[in-house]
Design a protein around this ligand. Structure first.
Ligand code: LLP
Length: 393
């Protein structure tokens, strides 16, 4: 903090690598690709560390694609998810040679075909089906139910594959599903797997061969006292059922979530008869998850403070919103000037941050062995409006 200031995100390279390798090694010799979901944390240093150990990437926009390329990732290891790909995104994906488009609708399949045809090339595709299973997670991050906007109804997929098979500009490569995020029980994954394997059988009987099965991301982590699923056991269960099919996974949170913390400083303490508030310099614009999902992040003092005020504190930011809190009712001993670490903040932390209330976005640091590196400079006040214009009159 002394050299980087506060608030701040700090990530551990060792943990990021260990977490990716846990997925990768669970497959042994079975054909597979572990595509890190870039949306969880897209800093190019994070992507670079993963690219160096062989990761593939799950991207959802041209911005994420360009980040992966700038970080030294290989286009041929990128799967392109995302619910409404633009023509420009599809064109760029084809130009750089991404591995596969995960197609989200019939209309998108038509668009991909048109763009591939205009470039006189072939697009590799996989259709994202919605297996209609309940991931039993927060409704905002559950994606595999019929009522969600994601993917193609599993009952409509056959027709779409038949359409794709007839096009000389589309190459059928895979089948894809993603049922939600922060899932800590293996059973929804296996329910979804059984459904998509049935579909693969139906496709085979129609002469449509699937080379890879992409099971998406969604593996949960411990924020509070959740017991996450055993990755090796999950992969072993998958491998028992899939024969020779190549498997792609798209984990995001499980790779970076517990490899990062958000550091914030106590500016003021404010107590009344009912409540104890610690006013901190971090806010919902920096770490949105508590405000948005009522998410829990464990709070630890960076240094124990035995002389502080003992209370059950709400950690609240300086933003003019009642929802601007990072934690509630936490038993801590605090003084002004203390630094606190919000744990498990490596995923969907910085990437969901904004400039709300004209707050510059914070710096990011990566610890690698005994060294620490600035991997994103803190925004300046000038950065806040240097792309804006006055109107001249
Ligand atoms: N693949 C697809 C198609 C996805 O939509 C997602 C996440 C992932 C992979 C990666 O899922 P993960 O392994 O990270 O669970 N902002 C929310 C999470 C949103 C997840 C969106 N999709 C949060 O902070 O909890």
């Amino acid at each position: 903090m002394q050299c980087y200031g506060s608030p701040l995100y700090v990530y551990s390279r060792t943990d990021i690598e260990k977490n990716w390798r846990e997925f990768d090694s669970a497959f042994g010799q079975h054909p597979h690709l572990v595509c890190y979901a870039v949306k969880a944390n897209s800093n190019i240093a994070v992507l670079n560390v993963l690219a160096k150990i062989g990761a593939g990437f799950d991207i959802v926009s041209i911005g994420e694609l360009e980040r992966v390329l700038a970080a030294g990732g290989e286009a041929s290891k990128c799967v392109f998810s995302g619910v409404a790909k633009t023509q420009a995104e599809i064109k760029r994906g084809l130009e750089v040679g991404i591995r596969c488009f995960n197609v989200e609708s019939a209309a998108e399949l038509v668009r991909i075909e048109q763009v591939a045809s205009s470039l006189n090339t072939q697009a590799s595709i996989s259709i994202r089906v919605n297996p209609n299973v309940d991931a039993k997670t927060h409704p905002y991050i559950s994606t595999g139910l019929k009522e969600n906007k994601f993917g193609v109804d599993i009952d409509d997929a056959l027709e779409l594959y038949k359409t794709a098979q007839q096009s000389e500009h589309l190459l059928i490569k895979g089948l894809d599903c993603h049922i939600g995020s922060q899932i800590t029980d293996v059973s929804p994954f296996i329910d979804a797997l059984d459904k998509v394997l049935d579909l693969i059988e139906v496709l085979k009987n129609q002469g449509i061969d699937i080379e890879h099965l992409d099971l998406g991301g969604g593996v949960g982590i411990t924020y509070d006292n959740e017991v996450p699923l055993d990755i090796a056991a999950y992969v072993a269960q998958v491998l028992k059922k899939v024969g020779d099919l190549e498997i792609i996974l798209e984990p995001g949170r499980a790779i970076v979530g517990n490899a990062g913390v958000f550091i914030t400083k106590v500016e003021f303490l404010k107590q009344n008869s009912d409540k104890s508030f610690a006013l901190i310099d971090g806010a919902m614009n920096d770490l949105l998850r508590p405000a948005f999902y009522n998410a829990y992040h464990h709070v630890l003092p960076v240094r124990e403070n035995s002389k502080g005020v003992d209370a059950k504190w709400d950690l609240v930011g300086p933003i003019c919103e009642t929802g601007d809190f990072l934690a509630k009712d936490r038993h801590l001993s605090l003084s002004e000037g203390d630094y606190l670490a919000l744990m498990s903040a490596g995923a969907y932390g910085f990437t969901m941050s904004s400039n709300y209330n004209s707050r510059p976005r914070v710096a990011e640091v990566m610890v690698s062995d005994s060294e620490h590196h600035l991997i994103r400079k803190r925004e300046t006040i000038q950065d806040l409006f240097n792309t804006e214009y006055l109107i001249n009159d």
